[in-house]
Design a protein around this ligand. Structure first.
Ligand SMILES: [Zn+2]
Length: 305
């Protein structure tokens, strides 16, 4: 790759990441083919997602720009859940059985040039969540797979062709701090609840979380039926056992807090929800909270009271 080609690669990638940042800042969590096609980036008209296969190298570039993993339901082979090596790195399968297929060569080129890529992760209910920047840090040809580092800090020897990035060097680190599985989880849960708090229907996505019912540390799975979209306030109250949710989707407030006297936030934000049904639930029954998980979690609320 010539220095000019490398500069082109970096300019396009930088523009693509900045575009994704803006979309995410505007509350967009999942992307489709149509959303990510025909973009004017770094002086090119470019598509960010592969159409047919899993690996995408735009015609204007010499290395792959992105690759994709389709959504697979719980219980089937889930590459982004299960395909983590003992080294903690993820694996991405090569196309077909020939490591020198042109798409595999395009990925290898990104690896050798240490170019950051986008990993599109299929989300339950449709669309893809974007994980970026990620780096390929090795390949295991015998197993026909690349080794993916999703937590990599930007390569120190990359000289980005724009000063914009240097103004905010933390932005890419923030994005990769989230574990791989949490990104699709958040996107899927927010989508199922139409970007609204289940308790109060608050809709500002920056202040919404995808909460686990069975907690992460207790082995809770990152699936929609183990999730609830909650605003920051109700998420914290749920985690502190101030607020409980019964298996019948009814909200309960801890007796002590229920009788506390404070200001309007406590009264309207917490106490008034006691005995109310959840205001927002997924339309699809198969996406609603698992009652057994709710029951187990509700028991921990009762035990804490
Ligand atoms: Zn709320």
């Amino acid at each position: 790759m010539t220095p000019e080609e490398r500069l082109r690669e970096l300019a396009v990638r930088h523009a693509a990441f900045a575009w994704l940042d803006r979309q995410r800042a505007a509350g967009k969590e999942t992307f489709t083919q149509a959303d990510t096609s025909g973009l004017a980036l770094a002086g090119e008209t470019i598509r960010l997602m592969p159409t047919q296969q899993g690996i995408w190298k735009p015609g204007q570039l010499t290395a792959a720009l992105s690759f994709r993993t389709v959504y697979r339901p719980e219980g089937s082979d889930r590459p982004y859940d299960d395909n983590v090596g003992t080294d903690g790195f993820y694996r991405y399968k090569m196309r077909g059985s020939d490591p020198n297929h042109f798409e595999n060569r395009a990925l290898r080129e990104a690896m050798l040039e240490r170019l950051p890529l986008i990993w599109w992760l299929g989300v339950q209910g449709g669309g893809y969540s974007a994980l970026y920047p990620i780096y390929l840090v090795g390949e295991e040809q015998a197993d026909l797979q690349f080794v993916v580092d999703i937590d990599a800090v930007p390569q120190p020897d990359i000289v980005w062709p724009s000063v914009e990035l240097e103004l905010d060097p933390s932005y890419r680190q923030q994005l990769t701090k989230l574990r791989l599985h949490q990104r699709p989880f958040r996107a899927a849960v927010l989508r199922a609840y139409r970007t609204s708090c289940a308790v109060c229907s608050f809709r500002h996505s920056d202040l919404l979380d995808a909460a686990h019912i069975q907690e992460d540390g207790a082995g809770g799975r990152p699936v929609v039926t183990n999730g609830l979209t909650l605003c920051k306030m109700h998420h914290a109250a749920y985690d502190k056992r101030i607020l409980g949710i019964t298996p019948d989707y009814e909200v309960r407030i801890n007796a002590e807090v229920l009788h506390e006297v404070d200001g309007p936030m406590l009264r309207h934000g917490i106490q008034e929800f006691h005995g109310k049904q959840l205001m927002v639930l997924p339309e699809r029954r198969t996406q609603r909270p698992d009652r057994l998980l709710l029951e187990a979690r509700y028991q921990t609320f009762l035990d804490a009271s």
